[in-house]
Design a protein. Structure first.
Length: 255
């Protein structure tokens, strides 16, 4: 069931979004060669604690998961696309890292993701990451009253496919509000002019995911959570929580 948010609810979600942005900024600043993924999770926990916020990720268990998620961030490295569980793995020079994180503040959820490289970046990784953000920007630009969900999907898919990248089959964005995952789903590829009409008060988490090798296929890791590319190529992920308003899209998880 799709729930439109009031203007006051969107303002409350903006406060949650600021916490998510601060969390991701702190994690990005802490990420360096030799730092473990568990240490990055501790940084994120500290930001949430200082803000008086909770985590929608911690102990989350969707239908496909064998165990509740044990952390407040997803930390996906190199060929991991999404849902990476933070471990004692220590970052190495040239690693491509995607961090997905959320917060709950005063009963409202926020969700966002960033991708970056640690140390010396490979040109191919820089291009992949830049394209992920370009696809996100295109999706946000299409999130206007009068368009449809398919217009967002088409905008994202056009950027990804145009650059020669794959799109993980069956994964995309979602509605967000009191819960982290709400209706409607937001595919990362689709036909323009199709799907649910976009209305003032709809809040979406828009999140392109790209596979460098050009294929769309992936497999779960042994932990049952982490999704890895089938071809071993690297992946990138970018996400913002966005409110659709009569005056245009409003990014709620921006600094």
């Amino acid at each position: 069931m799709v729930q439109l948010k009031t203007d006051s609810s969107i303002e409350a979600m903006r406060e949650t979004g600021r916490v998510v942005a601060q969390l991701l900024t702190a994690v990005r600043e802490a990420a360096a060669v030799g730092v473990s993924l568990l240490e990055l999770d501790e940084v994120a926990r500290g930001v949430l604690r200082d803000a008086g916020a909770g985590s929608p990720f911690l102990n989350y268990r969707p239908h496909f998961a064998p165990t509740p998620f044990p952390a407040v961030i997803c930390a996906s490295v190199n060929d991991a696309i999404v849902h990476g569980i933070p471990t004692g793995y220590r970052l190495r020079d040239g690693d491509l890292v995607s961090i997905d994180a959320g917060a709950i503040l005063d009963g409202w959820a926020g969700d966002s993701a960033i991708s970056f490289t640690v140390g010396r970046a490979r040109p191919a990784d820089t291009r992949l990451i830049d394209t992920a953000y370009a696809a996100l920007d295109a999706g946000i630009a299409a999130a206007v009253v009068g368009n449809r969900i398919g217009d967002i999907a088409h905008a994202i898919g056009t950027v990804c496919r145009g650059a020669g990248y794959g799109i993980p089959e069956g994964f995309g964005g979602h509605g967000i509000g009191r819960q982290m995952h709400e209706d409607p789903g937001v595919p990362n590829e689709g036909r323009p002019g199709r799907g649910m009409p976009l209305r003032h008060g709809l809040v979406l988490a828009i999140e392109p995911m790209l596979i460098a090798g050009g294929g769309d296929f992936f497999h779960p890791d042994r932990d049952g959570w982490t999704l890895r590319t089938n071809d071993g190529s690297r992946a990138a992920h970018a996400e913002h929580t966005v409110a659709i308003t009569d005056s245009g899209p409003r990014i709620l998880t921006a600094l």
